[in-house]
Design a protein around this ligand. Sequence first.
Ligand code: FES
Length: 74
Amino acid sequence: MMETKPACPENEIMCHCSGTKRDHIQSLFEQGMDIHAISRWTGALSGCGGCEWDIADYLKELVAQRAGGSNNSK
Ligand code: FES
């Protein structure tokens, strides 16, 4: 039996300082914002900075998804 748990819940908070959630970052990305614009817009990355790599990785993932369609290599 396999439990199907989403590895990346959409409502996961990615930046705890600003309370910015994953789905919010995704929707801003889809509006054409880059990491700097998202940071200014949400306050993410402007606190402790501990979320920087998580968010950068996530945006890279989104860029790759957009480039490769629905290709899921995981
Ligand atoms: S967790 Fe994002 S700035 Fe602290």
